[in-house]
Design a protein around this ligand. Structure first.
Ligand code: SF4
Ligand code: SF4
Length: 426
C-alpha cells in the first residue's frame, strides 16, 4: 500500500486541499508528457520513481534528517554554492517552481507583468503547496535580476527565515570581491544555523560530492552528442531538474548507472528518435519542474533536444571546483572562481554566454537553436536578439520564443516550432 504522507504534509503546514489539486495536475501532466515517450531507456525508471515521490519519500527524508538536527536550506538560483551547505552538514534544495499557482493571491503582492518564475515562487508559498519551502530552515533569495531583487523585499514579509544574497552585476575585481564577501557572509549564516564549522576537511568532502554530481551530468551530456540521441531532451531536462533536490550521492550513482545503459545504446546505434532527426539546442531562461511545455512541443514534433544552455542544464552544471587549498578561505576562492564563470544574463557585458552557445551548437551537432525566454524577463530577452543575429549570421538557424507557464499559447507555439523544425530538417 502506498504511504500516507498527509499527516507529514499537515505538520509542515501545507494547505492539503490545494496540495491535492497540485499533485493531481502534476501526476497527469507527468504521465501524459513522460510516460508516452517512445524508446525510453530503462534507467529512466529512476526518474519516474523520484517524480512519483517528489513530495513523499524525499520530503520524509528531509523531515527525518531535521529530527536528527540536519538543517534544510532552500535556494532559488545556481549561484548559491551547495558545497558550503554540505560542508556544515545541511541539505540544499532548489525551490524554483515551474507552474502557476494561487495567481489571484500572488497579484495582491506582485504586478501581473512579472516573470512566471518569480510569481510561482510566491504562488507556491501563498497556496501552501511546496513541502520543500516549508521544510526549509533557511531560504536564500539572490539579488539577480530587478524582478527577483525587488520581490525579495516583499517575500521577506511572508517568509521570515529569508537570507538575501547580493550578487555582482559585473565580473571585474570588485564584482569578484563582492561575491567572495557574500559567500563568506553566507558561510557565517550557515555556521550559526547549524552550529557546525566549515573546515578544510568538511569543505573538501563537500566539493567532492558536488563535483561527482556534476561529472555524472557531464557524462550524460556527452552521450547526447551521438546521433541518434540515446535519451530524450525531456528526460535529460528532468535529470537536470531533480539535480536540485534529490540526495546528491544517490543522484550521482543513479545517473552514472543510466549513463552505462546509454553508452550501450550509443554503441549499438539505438536512440529515442531516428538517426538524422533534427537536433535542437535550447538556450535561455531556466525551466523548473513542472515546466515541460516547450520540450514536449519540440519532441512531439519530430525533433530531439540534445542540450540545454540553461541554469537547469549546462550553464548551471559546467565547471568543477578544485578541491585544493590549505585554508577554508583559499577554498572559498576556488568556489568564487567557479561560480563567477556562470554566464547568467544578469551580467553585463556577458560575452561568454554567446561563446558558450556557439560552442554547444558545435559540440552537440545541432541543426537549430531555440532561444527560450519567459515573458517579462528582460535580461534574457535582450540577449536573445543579439544571439539570434549572430547565430543566423553564422548559418545556425535560431528561433526566439517568449512564453509563460500557461497553456494558452500552446497552439500558436506548436505551429511556430513545427515550421522551424521543417526549416532545419530540410
Ligand atoms: S538564470 Fe541567472 S538568476 Fe536565474 S538561476 Fe540562473 S544564474 Fe540565477
Ligand atoms: S527568468 Fe529572468 S526575470 Fe525571471 S527570475 Fe530569471 S532572470 Fe529574473
Amino acid at each position: 500500500m502506498a504511504m500516507d504522507y498527509r499527516p507529514m504534509w499537515r505538520d509542515l503546514g501545507l494547505n492539503l486541499d490545494n496540495h491535492d489539486a497540485l499533485l493531481s495536475v502534476l501526476g497527469k501532466l507527468y504521465g501524459d508528457t513522460f510516460l508516452t515517450q517512445p524508446n525510453r531507456p530503462a534507467g529512466t525508471a529512476y526518474l519516474d520513481f523520484v517524480m512519483s515521490e517528489v513530495h513523499g519519500l524525499r520530503i520524509q527524508e528531509l523531515v527525518e534528517g531535521k529530527k536528527r538536527g540536519r538543517k534544510v536550506v532552500g535556494t532559488y538560483c545556481t549561484f548559491v554554492p551547495e558545497e558550503l551547505v554540505l560542508a556544515v552538514d545541511a541539505v540544499m534544495v532548489g525551490l524554483c517552481a515551474g507552474a502557476d499557482f494561487a495567481t489571484e493571491a500572488v497579484e495582491r503582492y506582485l504586478p501581473r507583468n512579472l516573470c512566471a518564475l518569480i510569481k510561482s515562487t510566491f504562488g507556491f508559498k501563498l497556496g501552501g503547496v511546496c513541502p520543500y519551502l516549508e521544510s526549509s530552515d533557511l531560504v536564500v533569495g539572490e539579488n539577480t535580476c530587478d524582478g527577483k531583487k525587488k520581490a525579495w523585499e516583499v517575500f521577506r514579509g511572508i517568509v521570515p527565515n529569508l537570507h538575501v544574497m547580493d550578487l555582482p552585476q559585473m565580473k571585474h575585481g570588485e564584482g569578484r570581491a563582492l561575491l567572495k564577501a557574500e559567500y563568506l557572509r553566507f558561510m557565517e549564516t550557515l555556521e550559526r544555523l547549524t552550529g557546525n564549522r566549515v573546515t578544510v576537511e568538511s569543505l573538501a568532502k563537500a566539493i567532492d560530492v558536488v563535483n561527482a554530481k556534476r561529472q555524472a551530468v557531464h557524462r550524460l551530456s556527452a552521450l547526447r552528442a551521438a546521433d541518434p540521441a540515446p535519451i530524450s531532451g525531456l528526460d535529460s531536462l528532468l535529470v537536470n531538474q531533480i539535480f536540485f533536490y534529490e540526495d546528491p550521492v544517490r543522484f550521482t550513482a543513479q545517473i552514472n548507472a543510466l549513463c552505462e545503459e546509454l553508452e550501450a545504446r550509443v554503441r549499438t546505434g539505438a536512440g529515442v528518435a531516428g538517426k538524422g532527426a533534427p537536433r535542437i539546442l535550447v538556450s535561455g531562461c531556466p525551466m523548473a519542474v513542472p515546466n515541460w511545455k516547450i520540450p514536449a512541443l519540440v519532441e512531439t514534433s519530430g525533433a530531439v533536444i540534445v542540450a540545454e544552455e540553461s541554469c537547469v542544464g549546462e550553464r548551471g552544471t559546467r565547471n568543477l571546483v578544485p578541491r585544493t587549498g590549505a585554508t577554508v578561505e583559499e577554498m572559498v576562492d576556488h568556489l568564487v572562481d567557479r561560480y563567477l564563470r556562470i554566464d547568467c544574463a544578469i551580467y553585463t557585458p556577458n560575452p561568454d554566454r554567446l561563446a558558450h552557445v556557439k560552442e554547444m551548437a558545435r559540440a552537440y551537432r545541432v541543426d537549430g537553436v531555440l532561444l527560450y525566454g519567459l515573458q517579462f524577463c528582460t535580461p534574457y530577452a535582450v540577449e536573445a536578439l543579439g544571439i539570434e543575429q549572430v547565430l543566423e549570421g553564422e548559418g545556425i538557424p535560431a528561433l526566439r520564443i517568449e512564453t509563460d507557464y500557461s497553456q494558452e499559447d500552446v497552439g500558436q507555439l506548436k505551429t511556430r516550432i513545427q515550421a522551424f523544425i521543417e526549416r532545419i530538417g530540410s
